[in-house]
Design a protein around this ligand. Structure first.
Ligand code: NAP
Length: 306
């Protein structure tokens, strides 16, 4: 089984007209760096062939840079070299509002998007996502925000993160255009989207999938697996046997395992280490058999397939 993907492959983000490379880069851990360090990371992601850059207004909250810190840092990098903008599909998220904790009312989302545009210093956000569902917001309110922002040109496409399959359907019933993306946690450690309806709704509607924490927040990245629990160690063993045969490291196999699903899920690389970011492109070299893919799943489940 080989995805056949290269860094030149473009995966459509729904019907938005946007297409991105099969590996994206995430900026959850980006805030607080010096501008030169930030630029080196962005360059490494571009060298790895990433075209989707995923951030959020909340990234930076709880650190010295504060709410908006990651967006503001990316904005600095873009202001220093505006030519970078044309090489990126910029995705951000809104809706987490500490300590409330969530707000997806129309007025809040419109204001949050405008604030993100100012921090990033760009004219349009390519992909604007709701970070987490707000149980107090009617899906019609979320749809109205997306519709208003798209009609005014402030966003190109809309997506959601951490929504259930039925929450996605409810939102889509109110939205006059199709969602471009959904963003669940998905990795060999987080396999729920395979069975909880998330991937089914993506396949039915043609919505692209962005997979957050592809290494389980680093638990699958640790070389020795020493910090991992028993389940993570079992998964690491299954990944390592493929890695040894393919001549790559474990993260490359974890990314390839994610990419092999028919949704063509896009791993959001979380590393902030330029060498590791560059190495992520080794995922394109990985071929695995159907049996090997299922062996990783069995290791994650802790029991055989029925
Ligand atoms: P991850 O890839 O699962 O974990 C990255 C972490 O693993 C980094 O701290 C990295 O450290 C560490 N790591 C250890 N060994 C590594 C190795 N060999 N190769 C690569 N990394 C290794 O991803 P994540 O940072 O948790 O999340 C990725 C992205 O998903 C985020 O940036 C964000 O865009 C998105 N996300 C979204 C949500 C949501 O609710 N929508 C939630 C979480 C994340 P170094 O930096 O030192 O390499």
């Amino acid at each position: 089984m080989n995805t056949g993907f290269t860094a030149d492959t473009r995966i459509p983000l729904g019907t938005s007209g946007l297409g991105v490379a099969p590996l994206g880069w995430g900026m959850w851990r980006f805030a607080g760096a010096e501008r030169a360090v930030a630029r080196a990371r962005v360059d490494a992601a571009l060298e790895a062939g990433c075209t989707l850059f995923d951030t959020a207004d909340i990234y930076g909250f709880g650190s010295e840079s504060g709410f908006g810190g990651a967006e503001a840092l990316l904005g600095e990098v873009l202001r220093e070299d505006p030519s970078l903008r044309a090489r990126m599909v910029i995705a951000t998220k809104a809706g987490i509002t500490p300590p409330v904790p969530y707000n997806s009312t129309t007025a809040y989302l419109v204001a949050a998007c405008e604030a993100s545009l100012r921090r990033l210093g760009i004219e349009q956000i390519d992909l604007f996502q709701i970070h987490r569902p707000d149980f107090l917001a009617h899906p019609g309110e979320v749809a109205a925000a997306f519709d208003r922002l798209r009609a005014s040109g402030k966003i190109r496409a809309a997506g959601v993160s951490n929504y259930s399959a039925t929450q996605i359907e409810s939102l889509c019933a109110h939205l006059p255009f199709e969602l471009a993306t959904i963003q669940p946690e998905f990795s060999p450690l987080a396999i729920e989207p395979l069975t909880d309806g998330i991937f089914d709704v993506a396949l039915r509607r043609g919505i692209a999938v962005l997979a957050w924490s592809p290494l389980g927040q680093g638990r699958l990245g640790d070389a020795a697996g020493a910090s991992a629990d028993g389940r993570a160690r079992a998964i690491a063993v299954a990944l390592d046997s493929i890695a040894a045969r393919a001549g790559v490291d474990r993260p490359a196999v974890a990314y390839a395992w994610i990419m092999a699903h028919p949704t063509r899920a896009i791993p959001l690389i979380g590393s902030q280490n330029p060498a590791r970011i560059r190495d992520s492109s080794r995922a394109y070299r990985v071929e695995m058999t159907r049996e090997e893919w299922y062996q990783v799943l069995v290791a994650s489940r802790g029991e055989r397939m029925p």
